[in-house]
Design a protein around this ligand. Structure first.
Ligand code: ZN
Length: 256
């Protein structure tokens, strides 16, 4: 195993854990908007988190490891180190942008992704609220990308780490100084961009698809002109949030 992979394996969990703790405390001490939904909502999201940690350990991570091991090794030897890793992160984020967009457009994918959007308030716990069907479909998509592009394990670890850090941040209810947030949002997806994606108005839900980098949306014409304000209603237009069990069953229900 090379040095970069070792470093990432050592520090990824620690960095993500500390960052989550900072955001969880920060959004309670200095919230951007008044909380909605209370503890039942938080517990629902924690339920998804527990399920998804279990899935990650048993299926998602082993599948990614298997794919990095099984891909045909066509990359030249000199294409190694931090620069190729940065290139891989940008390519993966580009592909995840389109995967996220497909999740909004393809009805069967939206059935699962809708569970994430039905949350009627946003905070750090929203960033782990994903239906197991979406988690498994995303893992399959990622494995295909790894196999096709011969993405090494170090790139996957770096990308997954960045996704966790930025996703927790962009869903958080942390109050941020507008000038500083604007500066960060020229490169990364911040709450002011992502909260609009969670607005309970379909035109806004179907916009702002970026995960890590904020430049894909303006580049591909999917940036919403809506500005985040404290009174924006979160969720899915005309669809109220439901219980944890109802959310688990929801994608499999018959609909006309
Ligand atoms: Zn979405």
């Amino acid at each position: 195993m090379d040095d970069i992979t070792q470093t990432l394996l050592h520090y990824k969990g620690l960095v993500v854990g500390v960052w989550l703790a900072i955001l969880l405390v920060g959004e309670r001490l200095v919230p951007a908007v008044e909380r909605v939904g209370g503890w039942p909502r938080v517990l629902r999201n924690v339920g998804f988190w527990i399920l998804n940690v279990g899935l990650s350990l048993t299926i998602v991570v082993p599948l990614s490891y298997w794919a990095t091991d099984s891909a045909i090794d066509w990359r030249p030897q000199w294409f190694a180190g931090w620069l190729p890793l940065a290139v891989d992160v940008i390519i993966l984020d580009f592909l995840i942008y389109w995967w996220h967009r497909a999740n909004h457009v393809v009805p069967v994918l939206w059935r699962f992704h809708e569970v994430h959007h039905l949350d009627e308030f946003l905070d750090v716990t929203s960033s782990v609220r994903f239906h197991f069907g979406e988690v498994l479909l995303s893992a399959g998509f990622r494995a295909l990308i790894i196999l096709a592009l011969n993405i090494p394990l170090a790139s996957i670890l770096a990308f997954e780490g960045l996704v966790l850090l930025v996703a927790a941040f962009q869903h958080s209810n942390l109050s941020l100084e507008p000038g500083r947030e604007r500066a960060v949002s020229t490169l990364l997806v911040t709450p002011s961009i992502h909260w609009v994606h969670h607005r309970a108005v379909r035109a806004d839900t179907d916009s702002n698809y970026g995960t890590i980098f904020s430049f894909w949306d303006p580049l591909f014409g999917s940036r919403s002109p809506t500005q985040r304000t404290p009174d924006l209603a979160m969720g899915v237009e005309a669809e109220p949030d439901v219980s944890f069990i109802a959310l688990l069953i929801r994608p499999f229900r018959y609909r006309n």
